[in-house]
Write a protein that binds this ligand. Structure first.
Ligand SMILES: [Mn+2]
Length: 619
């Protein structure tokens, strides 16, 4: 049997923080918090943007575009990170007085990923682009940037994907993961990088307007002073003076919002960051928490509010988990199954009704996505059983030309989760090529594996990219077996055999029985955000089962509901998703349970629900 087993590791903090509440102390110390200040998620604690390489080059080029009223085209990406970054840059530039801004989301099928020469042509044909700014992509777009340069279109790249030894010849590259960039958090997402650039740009446009005015070459010092007065709101102008000013500053005053602060788009930053499965290091936790707080306070964009409405989420109850389970899937579905332009239109809409109509369509598309995905994943599991079940494989590669390209990543994730082996799921691309989406287990950098394969077999991989946990690869259809073998080999060389087929669950501590309450579950939400790299607390308790466990859900196969009684004879409802037959057969009157706490909301009532990660019968 290749199905994964579970290993429990009980965490032991090295040093305690000395908090009054020892349970919280354990939780934070277990996550390497060494100073209570690291739990202060105020914006002033964000890392200073000054560490970004090329920052001033990018800002100068953008200010120049503002002055010259150039056509700026944003090139985005078709996932939630790409859509939120596109929206954030689009909205920010508009508010900063850029009048000629457009965006293009590459079509997954036609254009593939990143800035290609075809996209440069599109930007020129449709928008007469003078300046292209990529978001969440571009660091590997050598051809696209070269072609843009040839066409006399400047490119600013903003990205967070790992760069190679060389980078494209862009005017500026803002990317913490390129050589020579000293920005200390390497976990920023595309939207995090875009937020930083917009933050600095708005600072310059607001604070150093005099520099811009000089650059516009206003020889008349009186005019120059009057611009400053307008900015300070000190004087009214007659219309002919204003008309003159307007001409000189390229309609700047029509759209420039002197009170604009990109912080107002932190809801988008939070969504993109969680959706992209970025490690929630301290800097990312600040970004996410600030966005979540804004959403809770109802200070979010109309598009985000529309998505909340369609998904029946109350603003006040909003948490980072809602992004993972309810917001991101909706945004991603429209990119996977339809066209992410709709997602961006929802996020940038200033009309509530339009935003809601699109959000509703996104929800419908997400339902379709889930049907297609279920079919494809069933077939993938069958293919797996036919090919691998009786082998001792370390890795899994599956391919079917009929699978939908939009769900291969999700199904790769499902297979990986079930068998705990690095997995690639492929479907057909154009021109005899096939495209795979990979998911890795901890301790294996899957993009580095592709890098090694591409060096060892220079003709095998057509294109690849990604991160440590997830990657994409394009190969020729005839090379599928060759790639599978090469991947298996590199995984065997790299990984510790103990990590294959065995998922580790880290347990924080045995929870005192008086903490197993709805109130404590609510408090845990407020202590977040939790997520990748900063996981929500897992507790251990012994419970007696007092009602017969029951299988629920559509298939009634693997979602198990249990009623537990704790040591104080208080009952708790618990749920185990993806319960294996072995686990169901192992149920005994008393169980040692590893679980997280969650809040169940139904018809206006809130109850505590325990989400079981693992359980072992007590002999
Ligand atoms: Mn991204």
């Amino acid at each position: 049997m290749l199905e994964k087993t579970i290993k429990i590791v009980e965490r032991k903090p090295q040093h305690l923080l000395g908090l009054q509440d020892q349970i919280k102390d354990y939780i934070f110390s277990n996550r390497n918090i060494t100073d209570v200040n690291q739990l202060d998620y105020s914006l002033r604690n964000l890392i200073n943007p000054i560490h970004f390489k090329d920052l001033s080059k990018a800002v100068k080029r953008l200010i120049n575009a503002l002055i010259e009223n150039e056509s700026v085209v944003i090139i985005g990406d078709y996932d939630a990170d790409g859509a939120t970054s596109t929206s954030l840059v689009y909205l920010s530039l508009k508010r900063l007085g850029f009048t000629n801004v457009n965006y293009i989301i590459p079509d997954r099928i036609i254009h593939g990923y990143g800035l290609s020469p075809a996209l440069v042509d599109l930007a020129i044909q449709e928008h007469h682009a003078d300046l292209i700014i990529t978001v969440d992509n571009g660091i590997s777009s050598f051809e696209g940037v070269e072609y843009a340069n040839f066409k006399k279109v400047d490119v600013i790249i903003t990205d967070h994907h790992l760069g190679g030894d060389t980078v494209p010849e862009a005017v500026a590259i803002i990317n913490p993961n390129q050589k020579g960039c000293n920005f200390p958090s390497k976990n920023l997402t595309g939207v995090g990088v875009a937020f930083y650039l917009m933050k600095v740009l708005s600072y310059y446009i607001h604070q150093e307007f005099s520099v811009i005015a000089k650059a516009i070459n206003l020889t008349n010092t009186i005019v120059y002073e009057k611009i400053n007065l307008i900015l300070e709101n000190k004087e009214d102008f007659n219309s002919s003076e204003l008309d003159f000013l307007r001409k000189r500053v390229n309609r700047f005053f029509d759209t420039y919002d002197m009170n604009f602060n990109p912080d107002q788009y932190l809801d988008l930053v939070a969504i993109g960051t969680v959706a992209d499965l970025a490690n929630l290091d301290y800097n990312n936790r600040i970004l996410v928490e600030q966005g979540v707080r804004r959403i809770r306070a109802g200070q979010c964009s109309k598009g985000v509010q529309a998505i909340l409405k369609v998904q029946k989420i109350n603003n006040v109850d909003f948490s980072a988990d809602d992004i993972s389970f309810k917001v991101a899937p909706l945004i991603n579905a429209i990119g996977r199954m339809d066209n992410m332009v709709k997602g961006v239109e929802c996020l940038i809409s200033d009309d509530e009704r339009i935003a809601e109509v699109i959000a509703y369509e996104m929800a419908e598309t997400n339902k379709k996505r889930s049907v297609v995905q279920a079919e494809n994943s069933q077939q993938a599991l069958e293919q797996f059983e036919a090919r691998f079940l009786h082998t001792d494989c370390y890795s899994i590669c599956l391919y079917d030309p009929s699978w939908h390209q939009g769900v291969i990543g999700l199904n790769s994730s499902i297979i990986k989760d079930k068998y705990w082996r690095p997995t690639f799921v492929f479907s057909t691309d154009e021109g005899g090529l096939i495209k795979g989406s990979g998911r890795s287990i901890n301790n294996l950098h899957i993009k580095d594996c592709l890098d090694t394969i591409s060096k060892r077999y220079p003709d095998l991989i057509v294109k690849f990219g990604g991160h440590s946990g997830a990657a994409g690869v394009t190969i020729r259809e005839k090379d599928f077996n060759k790639f599978s073998q090469a991947f298996e080999l590199i995984v065997r060389e790299t990984v510790d055999p103990d990590d294959i087929g065995q998922e580790t669950i880290y347990c924080d501590l045995e929870l005192p029985v008086n903490y197993i309450t709805l109130d404590f579950a609510k408090e845990l939400v407020r202590l977040g955000p939790w997520g990748k790299g900063f996981p929500e607390p897992v507790f251990k308790s012994r419970f007696k089962i007092y009602n017969s466990p029951r299988l629920v859900g559509k298939s009634k196969r693997d979602t198990l509901i249990l009623d537990f009684m704790d040591a104080n004879n208080i009952c708790h409802s618990a749920i185990k998703f993806k319960a294996t037959p072995e686990l169901i057969n192992s149920l005994a009157p008393e169980m040692e349970v590893y679980y997280t706490m969650s809040i169940n909301r139904y018809c206006g009532r809130e109850t505590l629900s325990l989400i079981i990660k693992h359980m072992i019968p007590v002999e």
